[in-house]
Design a protein around this ligand. Structure first.
Ligand SMILES: [Zn+2]
Length: 73
């Protein structure tokens, strides 16, 4: 069973995450994929948003639980 396609190999750097400047031969992070080498598809973006939403909720919950507050006396 195939998963939905979540990402595609970057068409600009072909998964390398870096591109070479034509005139200089220097490598720089690929501007198309921000150096990741892969670009999320629409499904991938949806998954990223899903994770961000739930990870943020998780972090906020942990911050709220910063030690018990003692109110007695
Ligand atoms: Zn790229």
């Amino acid at each position: 069973m195939a998963l939905p396609e979540l990402e595609v190999k970057c068409w600009s750097c072909w998964g390398e995450g870096v591109v070479s400047l034509e005139n200089h031969g220097e490598l720089m992070p690929c501007p198309q994929c921000e150096g990741l080498g892969w670009i999320p598809t629409e499904d991938g973006n949806r998954l990223l948003l899903f994770l961000q939403r739930h990870l943020v909720v998780h972090v906020e919950e942990e911050e709220e639980g910063n030690g018990p507050i003692l109110v007695e006396e």
